[in-house]
Design a protein around this ligand. Structure first.
Ligand SMILES: O=C(O)CCC(=O)C(=O)O
Length: 256
């Protein structure tokens, strides 16, 4: 385990984060820590997931519990994950990257199950967050080997500096909005993040990213955490109304 504080690490990587809109930190978690975290998450899936509301856990195929693709608000159901999110390692690091206090929003889990994991449409998280100013970040900690064949995250460097792009509804469960004018220039610029367990990706809420479907015979699991800066304000009525409508549409379609 690194002895560096969250703010030490932030000081080191902030220039790159500010310039590119994302940063990759290799070996953020040691193999021993990964073992412990993976065991914790396995227990969460075994013991907690069966009791979760349908709005907190999504499956590629609802009839097959082993095809979990996404979970959200995990900290609400697991004190250990809440403690982790509020630790210096994550909260302190996020504050350092913003250069002002960060507010922890939630712990998430992203998977692309082997063979059937759907693509992640190009999007900016900030479009979903509806913040003013749009100052937020997501940590994405790889739990497995990730490369082109199982759906690596693809970032467009510097895309967080040019505002919010137009988005529209998609059919992808868990990623309900995608950029409508994503074109060849975007594809030409994107960088594929090939990562190993314990590597951490961090992206700004306006950094454009996407991932291909997983056609391989390996899964592609990652733990996510979202932080807002203390001055980023959401219009709660607007976000709640969107979420309510989305969840009722998904339920009507039998997706959740
Ligand atoms: O895991 C993925 O494919 C996408 C994750 C994502 O969009 C995010 O962390 O903001």
């Amino acid at each position: 385990m690194t002895t560096m504080t969250g703010s030490d690490l932030a000081r080191q990587v902030k220039p790159e984060f500010d310039r590119e809109g994302y940063v990759l930190i290799r070996g953020f978690y040691s193999p021993e820590e990964m073992k412990e975290l993976s065991a914790h998450l396995d227990r969460f899936i075994r013991d907690v997931v069966p009791g979760l509301p349908a709005t907190e856990v999504f499956y590629e195929d609802k009839a097959r519990p082993e095809t979990i693709k996404q979970m959200q608000n995990m900290q609400k159901y697991d004190a250990g994950l809440e403690k982790l999110m509020l630790s210096d390692r994550f909260l302190g690091f996020a504050s350092g990257l913003f250069g002002r206090p960060a507010v922890a929003r939630g712990v998430e889990w992203f998977n692309k199950p082997a063979k059937i994991g759907a693509m992640t449409p190009p999007h900016q998280d900030g479009y979903y967050f509806m913040l003013e100013p749009n100052e937020a970040l997501t940590f994405w900690l790889a739990l497995e080997e990730v490369d082109q064949s199982n759906g690596c995250i693809r970032y467009i460097p510097g895309s967080h500096l040019t505002g919010v792009r137009p988005h529209a509804r998609t059919d992808v469960l868990g990623f309900s909005q995608g950029i409508t004018d994503f074109g060849p220039d975007d594809s030409a610029n994107e960088k594929c993040m090939i990562v190993s367990p314990g590597d951490l990706l961090v992206h700004h809420s306006l950094c454009i990213h996407r991932a291909d479907a997983n056609k391989s015979n390996r899964s592609r699991r990652a733990l996510g955490m979202v932080f807002y800066s203390d001055r980023a304000k959401a219009d709660p009525g607007k976000v709640e109304a969107y979420q309510k409508k989305l969840m009722s549409d998904l339920a009507a379609k039998g997706r959740i």
